[in-house]
Each structure stands twice: as structure tokens, then as C-alpha cells.
Write a protein that binds this ligand. Structure first.
Ligand SMILES: C=C1C[C@]23C[C@H]1CC[C@H]2[C@@]12CCC[C@@](C)(C(=O)O1)[C@H]2[C@@H]3C(=O)O
Ligand SMILES: O=C(O)CCC(=O)C(=O)O
Ligand SMILES: [Fe+2]
Length: 371
């Protein structure tokens, strides 16, 4: 594995261990003309979908509202996504973490490639994992941090990696606390009470946090783009996580897909986080809360940075719908499986993953059962 990560700057297709062609390009060199491999079919002009009518826009929930459990519950079931304000995370920390991310992506490409994520690895610089499922490339580069950022930060800034690490570690700590809070609100809104159901969600018998779930912090960079109507920042996808807490900064770009409305822009609210349901929440809630299809558009004027915090169980955790949400006598909508099993199905089948683990699907179409 370490020999692999030493060959990462090689661009030669026959160099054996080189996988430079799996790396993002130097976007600076593409500023004059966007190559055909980055040109998607004309994206709709979505300007009409920047709703300001609260009935058709993503809900904003004030976490200090006494009615917060109901507000979160309704937002989850109607939209699967909402923004949160009054969450207690200092604006200064968000801005400073974002500027560390900006500092990282501003490094020369050869420097960033020193941390290129190996094909079988989880941490470091690289393309979004969904890249292989699309014919066209994305106007995006990412950096994934699972656990400590220090090994990669040392490679990026051998002499001054501490400001990056300090900021990231503080941000991870705050995100973990906030995750616990949001998890309690969502589970509370679903009315979960039994020990079995709480345990499925990583909570002990009296609602305490069970250690052992994992998180991933994904820094996303979307350079400004000379042809924003044909370039895609991040292609349509759902997150695999239970839910994701996203800081999208001040620049819009994130859109969610909503039946009947098509693509709806999530307008940046200063200091707010976007919380979106992932596939796991759809499974555990027995389909009550739906995972959210979303994508990111780019723009000509600004380089956009976002930071997404994903929350997931460990690979050998058994997952299945909460029994409380399965009507007596009914079959759960999703089958019981190990988390590792689901992530493998997702990595192979992307958008089809949920229907492949659905019991309903098996009744309706026996042939789509996974082997
Ligand atoms: C814990 C996670 C969640 C991951 C994989 C791993 C680390 C990075 C995440 C993302 C970030 C970008 C979109 C996505 C779809 C991707 O390509 O990489 C996400 C994926 C998922 O939600 O499946
Ligand atoms: O950049 C954004 O606004 C969204 C990023 C995202 O969807 C992700 O990292 O999974
Ligand atoms: Fe996402």
C-alpha cells in the first residue's frame, strides 16, 4: 500500500503502479477551454427554481425553537433535507475551517497529488467516488478525512501542518456533537422507544450515545468555470450515510431533486448547515424518511468550497428497519444486512442500491434480486 502511494505522481499508463489518470486535473490549465470530457448536455436554466416561497423551499429549522422535534420531523418526512440555524457552532470556526480547505486546494497540483487517495484507500485527495458511473467528468476535486488528518497534512505542509490539523480536529469534534443532537431529534420525531430500536441507531438503553459509529469529513472544491451551463460540479447522487451535515459557505450551487418541482436550489443561509437524509435513514425509517437526490452546479465567478460530514455505522453493524415503524404483520420494506454489505452494493450499483435491498422490490420483481 505504501509503495502504491509512492507511485502516485506517475502519469505513465504503463508504469505499473501509476494511477495519476484517476486524479483530478489541474483546473488552472483548463480555464481557457473546457475539454469535451467535461461538457454535459446543456443544464436547464434553473433560475426560476430559486424559490422564496416557504411552501416550496427547503425548510429552515431554528434549533432553539421549543417545537424543534416536530419541525425536524416534518422537514424530514416532507423534504428529507433542511437547514439549521442556532446550532451553537461558532461562525469563526466554520470560516476558519473553510479557509484551511481553500489553502489546501490552492496548493500546486503536484503537492496535492502527494496525498492522492489510493484506489482501495479512504483518505486523501481525489475524484468523487461516483465518477466511474458517469460518462462525463465533474468540475470538482475532493479531500476525504476519516479519523486524523495529520498524516496527509504532513505531506502537504511538512513544516506547518498544525493550523490545518487543529482546525479540522476542532470542526470534527463540533460536528460529532451536533450529529448526536440531530440524531436524537430525528429519532425522537419518529417516536422510537424500544431498546432494540435505539440500539440500531447507535443509542444505549437510556438514550446515551454508543461509541463505534464512524464519520467522514469531505472537503469539496468547485473551481470557477468558464462554461458553467455545461459543466457539472457533482453529478446527481444520494449520500450513503444516516444523514449528512453540510456547510455550503456563501455560494449557491447545491440543488435537490424534488418530484414535481425538479431541481430546487438550496439557498445559502449564512452560518447555517444543510442536513440531508442519506440511504441509511431511508432503510432504518422503513421508507418514512427518503434519501435525497442532489447535485452541485458550478459558476463562472467564484470558486465554491463545501464541507460535508457523513455519519455511518461501522462495517459489521447489522442494519434493518426499526421494528416500531413496521406495521404488525407487515414485511419490513428493507432486508436486514450488515452495513458493509450495503456499502458494497452501493459501490457497485449506485442509484439501484436501495431497490436491490428492498423486500417490496423482491415481491414485485423477483429478477432484480442481488445474488
Ligand atoms: C463515508 C463516505 C460517504 C462518501 C464515501 C465516503 C467518503 C466520501 C463520501 C462521498 C463525498 C462525495 C459524494 C459521494 C457520493 C462520493 O462519491 O464520496 C459520497 C460518498 C457516499 O455518500 O456514498
Ligand atoms: O457541495 C455541496 O454543496 C454538496 C456536496 C455533496 O453532496 C457531498 O459531498 O456529498
Ligand atoms: Fe452528497
Amino acid at each position: 500500500m505504501s509503495s502504491l502511494s509512492e507511485g502516485h505522481t506517475s502519469n505513465h499508463p504503463h508504469s505499473g503502479h501509476g494511477y495519476r489518470h484517476f486524479a483530478p486535473p489541474d483546473f488552472l490549465s483548463l480555464q481557457d477551454q473546457v475539454p469535451d470530457s467535461y461538457l454535459w448536455p446543456q443544464l436547464d436554466d434553473n433560475s426560476s427554481l430559486n424559490f422564496t416561497d416557504p411552501k416550496v423551499s427547503v425548510p429552515v429549522v431554528d434549533l432553539s425553537d421549543p417545537n424543534v422535534v416536530n419541525l425536524v420531523g416534518r422537514a424530514c418526512q416532507e423534504w428529507g433535507v433542511f437547514q439549521i440555524t442556532n446550532h451553537g457552532i461558532p461562525m469563526g470556526l466554520i470560516k476558519e475551517t473553510e479557509s484551511e480547505a481553500r489553502r489546501l486546494f490552492s496548493l500546486p497540483i503536484e503537492q496535492k497529488l502527494k496525498t492522492l487517495r489510493p484506489p482501495d484507500g479512504s483518505n486523501g485527495y481525489g475524484l468523487a467516488r461516483i465518477t466511474q458511473f458517469f460518462d462525463k467528468k465533474m468540475w470538482h476535486e475532493g479531500f476525504t478525512i476519516i479519523g486524523s488528518p495529520v498524516d496527509d497534512a504532513r505531506k502537504l505542509w511538512p513544516d506547518n501542518y498544525t493550523s490545518f490539523c487543529d482546525r479540522i480536529e476542532e470542526y470534527q469534534k463540533k460536528m460529532k456533537e451536533l450529529t448526536g443532537r440531530i440524531k436524537r431529534l430525528i429519532l425522537g420525531s419518529l417516536g422510537l422507544t424500544t431498546e432494540e430500536d435505539l440500539k440500531l441507531a447507535g443509542l444505549g438503553p437510556s438514550g446515551e450515545f454508543i461509541e463505534g459509529w464512524k464519520s467522514a469529513l469531505q472537503l469539496n472544491n468547485y473551481p470557477s468555470c468558464p462554461n458553467p451551463n455545461r459543466a457539472m460540479g457533482l453529478a446527481p447522487h444520494t449520500d450513503t450515510s444516516l444523514f449528512t451535515i453540510l456547510s455550503q459557505g456563501d455560494i449557491s450551487g447545491l440543488q435537490i431533486f424534488r418530484e414535481g418541482l425538479e431541481w430546487v436550489t438550496v439557498p445559502p443561509v449564512p452560518g447555517a448547515f444543510v442536513v440531508n437524509a442519506g440511504d441509511l435513514l431511508q432503510i432504518l425509517s422503513n421508507g418514512r424518511i427518503r434519501t435525497v437526490i442532489h447535485r452541485v452546479l458550478v459558476n463562472q465567478a467564484y470558486n465554491r468550497i463545501s464541507m460535508a460530514y457523513f455519519y455511518t455505522p461501522t462495517p459489521n453493524t447489522q442494519i434493518k428497519p426499526f421494528s416500531h415503524l413496521v406495521e404488525p404483520g407487515d414485511v419490513p420494506r428493507y432486508r436486514s444486512m450488515l452495513w458493509e454489505e450495503y456499502t458494497k452494493i452501493k459501490a457497485k450499483h449506485l442509484h439501484k442500491a436501495l431497490s436491490l435491498v428492498s423486500n417490496m422490490e423482491q415481491i414485485e420483481t423477483q429478477s432484480s434480486k442481488p445474488n
